[in-house]
Design a protein around this ligand. Structure first.
Ligand code: HEM
Ligand code: HEM
Ligand SMILES: [Fe+2]
Length: 480
């Protein structure tokens, strides 16, 4: 046993209980996301499915908004989870933190019910205020936008005040600074201009600067924290990596924004800026990959050198998901992102299923994986177990989810490739070309396989929920 890692020091803390509340809602929304994805995937194959009851546009909207919101919930949960461990004290404003949780959850419930039952409104201001804003991924109506800002301010105050009062580690310093940028960027997606180019220009500040800058730094801090907790990695080493990653991510990610400015009416100099800086984006992802694997290998070697019977990993499922994150981030964001990031390539791939292939592999690889890992850490803390051992269900969950999402990514890539060749290269784009390409067998086969692999993913998700509900109790019993 590794006695040097105090996994349970703050096991019963209020902050960790609040974290579990966030994790529970996150997993429910994750399930809703997948169900909506399945509906949308069926509609690709049977266009009349739920016609005028629940159209593709609505299923797709709920699918990707649920995605963003469950990830934000799991991110807030992860911060509340690690906060006492890192600062050495209980979180200062638990009462108001819990109040914010309930307000946030009630607001999200209302927003989702409106998405599902009201669905669309007239093209007026009232729609923007009460139904949805029509901005992909962050469609929440204006009233909810303002509510989200208030809730996030409460959360941020909690993190900041606890950080100031407690020990200030390097991990938390990065976390506090990065969260400010992450929250601040949300504001750029809250105002409206009548000019669609300008509107898109600012909207990308949220989307791109979240997933390719601030969220990446965020998961860097989670990985650093988790590696210390799970394998006893040395703080100086993980923090050194973290600072390197921060430097590189902001270096490439900020101007990498240009890869969304190729065709929306912004000046042409964005071609060069976008091409150069976004092409550099995979570099920090390699560093993150090396970081996790290097620390893991090093610690395992050292533990075994001391005691050959020692378990180097005190939370098997969390570690498995974090290693998957290192691979997945590099593959989905780094490789699949790099494929279409040069304007010379993007002019062919833009708006094809290739984009969706990258979107799925990147969001899953870079974020879903490590956030699921954090949920397993939450379970370990909640049950106060020394070592959380992977069960059959943990293994089925990770295997089927990873296999399913990879399968979807490959299927979408094949459909996208067909679109590039037939719709764009051969037929020169345009409306007719678009429909011709969609009716050819290679495209349709890709869509069929996407739906099949979606079902595989969903079965994996059922295993995941089942495992999260039972693994804590099982491990506790085994330890007793
Ligand atoms: C974890 C990080 C990332 C996530 C979650 C992510 C996700 C996404 C998503 C969802 C889209 C589609 C947006 C839309 O609906 O229009 C997109 C577009 C794009 N991504 Fe990423 N991405 C990530 C990192 C990267 C990286 C590192 C690169 C380049 C090396 C990249 C290159 C692109 C490009 C070029 C597009 C535009 C595609 C087009 O519209 O033609 N992404 N990304
Ligand atoms: C049951 C599994 C899933 C199915 C069947 C599914 C299906 C779909 C469908 C049909 C779309 C609309 C694509 C289009 O407009 O052409 C979509 C979009 C999207 N899904 Fe999924 N999905 C699933 C799981 C996931 C997961 C696990 C993630 C990420 C963690 C994810 C992230 C996204 C994103 C980011 C988009 C927008 C992509 C873009 O605009 O390019 N989905 N999904
Ligand atoms: Fe981007």
């Amino acid at each position: 046993m590794l006695t040097s890692i105090k996994t349970n020091e703050f096991a019963g803390s209020e902050s960790k209980k609040l974290a579990m509340m966030y994790f529970r809602v996150a997993i429910i929304l994750f399930g809703a996301q997948l169900l909506m994805g399945l509906i949308a995937a069926i509609q690709f194959l049977v266009p009349g499915f739920l016609f005028e009851l629940f159209d593709f546009s609505v299923a797709r909207m709920v699918h990707i908004n649920a995605l963003v919101v469950w990830m934000l919930y799991a991110m807030i949960g992860s911060v509340y989870y690690m906060l006492p461990d890192e600062t050495g004290i209980e979180t200062v404003g638990i009462g108001i933190g819990k109040l914010a949780f309930w307000v946030f959850t009630a607001a999200i419930t209302v927003v989702v019910l409106v998405y599902i039952f009201v669905q669309v409104g007239a093209g007026t201001e009232a729609t923007i205020w009460f139904i949805n804003e029509g901005r992909e991924y962050i469609e929440a109506p204006r009233w909810a936008d303002i509510g989200i800002v208030v809730v996030v301010l409460i959360f941020y105050w909690n993190v900041f005040a606890t950080f100031m009062k407690g020990t200030q580690t390097g991990i938390m310093t990065v976390m506090v600074a990065n969260l400010m940028a992450l929250a601040g960027l949300y504001l750029t997606g809250m105002f409206f201009t009548d000019n669609i180019s300008m509107d898109q220009f600012w909207w990308w500040w949220v989307i791109h600067l979240w997933v390719e800058a601030t969220w990446e730094v965020f998961v860097g801090t989670l990985a650093a924290y988790a590696l210390i907790k799970i394998i006893g990695a040395k703080r100086e080493i993980v923090e050194m990596w973290l600072w390197i990653e921060v430097l590189m991510l902001f270096g490439s990610g900020v101007l990498g924004l240009g890869h969304h400015y190729f065709w929306i009416g912004t000046p042409e100099y964005w071609w060069e800026i976008g091409a150069l800086f976004s092409a550099l984006e995979p570099v920090p992802l390699v560093a993150m990959f090396v970081h996790v694997l290097y620390d893991w290998g090093k610690e395992q070697g050292e533990t075994h050198a001391k005691d050959s019977t020692a378990h180097a990993i005190n939370n098997g499922p969390a570690m498995a998901w974090i290693v998957t994150n290192a691979f997945g981030n590099f593959l989905g964001a780094g490789i699949w992102g790099f494929f279409h990031t040069l304007p010379q390539v993007n002019i062919y791939t833009h708006g094809t299923q290739f984009t969706a292939a990258h979107g799925h592999l990147a969001f899953f690889g870079a974020y879903a994986t490590i956030l699921i890992g954090m949920m397993y850490m939450g379970i370990q803390g909640a049950y106060g177990v020394e070592r959380l051992k992977a069960t059959f269900k943990s293994k089925m969950a990770i295997f089927m989810i990873v296999f399913g999402v990879l399968g979807m990514g490959v299927a979408l890539t094949i459909s996208g490739y067909e679109q590039v060749l037939v719709e764009r290269a051969e037929l020169g784009g345009g409306w007719n070309a678009f429909f011709t390409a969609q009716e050819l067998p290679w495209y349709i086969q890709g869509m069929v396989w996407r739906a099949i692999m979606g079902v595989v993913t969903f079965v994996g998700f059922v295993y995941l929920v089942w495992d999260l509900l039972t693994i804590g109790k099982l491990s506790k019993a085994a330890e007793a």
